[in-house]
Ligand binder design. Structure first.
Ligand code: GRF
Length: 214
């Protein structure tokens, strides 16, 4: 398999503060990620993530659900926007909408998400609060491919984070976030290096050593 000659074109979907987007930007700017930000799209006009994209010099757009009749129409609009920017890999980074088949099917194996738990534990919203309420000793972060379920797609990378006595949802979220910021650029890099293969529910990671020299 020959290495890509052009950087991977990323489309990031984000609804909020965009710290994961920032970790991707930082990795690109530091030369640690052979990718470029083709477009950042938010469902919220005021999302700080859009400002981060603009400061990096990437196209930053808001596509509002209010301007589209139903979920299928919204998903089609997102798909068109991503397509128009030549996006090869879509990264969900705190995107607070569930994407339907209109978007996911044509992009199968080309959409990733980051989630603040060790999936399949604690899918959905407030994963850190769910972990605390359950009383687990260990939780963490997961990057996975997106399928049509909620946080159910094939897992790419995971890292554990210990739950400490006295943790609140805020303190735990903060420690998980530090891990997320390492994990997401790593998973995207593996994709850009064409080292990920989805086989059923499992994602095989080809060892770097096995690749021919550039
Ligand atoms: C992160 O915890 C991510 O795992 C979850 O939503 C949060 C987004 O945070 N999906 P940010 O907007 O990237 O700072």
């Amino acid at each position: 398999m020959s290495p890509r000659s052009e950087p991977l074109r990323l489309g990031v979907l984000a609804s909020g503060r965009g710290s994961n987007l920032q970790s991707i930007i930082d990795a690109i700017e530091a030369g640690r990620l052979p990718a470029r930000l083709a477009v950042v799209v938010s469902d919220r006009e005021q999302a700080p993530a859009l400002g981060r994209a603009a400061r990096h010099g990437a196209p930053a757009l808001s596509v509002s659900p209010k301007d589209h009749g139903d979920r299928a129409a919204y998903d089609r609009a997102l798909r068109q926007t991503l397509h128009a920017h030549g996006v090869e890999l879509v990264c969900l980074a705190g995107f607070l909408r569930i994407l339907g088949p209109e978007l996911i099917r044509p992009l199968a194996g080309r959409v990733m998400n980051i989630h603040p738990s060790l999936l399949p534990a604690f899918p959905g919203l407030d994963a850190q609060r769910q972990a605390l309420d359950w009383g687990v000793r260990v939780t963490g972060a997961t990057v996975h491919f997106v399928d049509e379920g909620v946080d159910t797609g094939p897992i790419i990378v995971q890292e554990a984070v210990a739950v400490l006595a006295g943790d609140t949802a805020e303190t735990l979220s903060e420690r998980i976030l530090a891990v997320e910021h390492r994990l997401y650029p790593r998973a995207i890099r593996l994709y850009a290096e064409e080292r990920l293969r989805i086989v059923g529910r499992r994602v095989h990671i080809d060892p770097a050593e096995a690749r021919p020299p550039a």
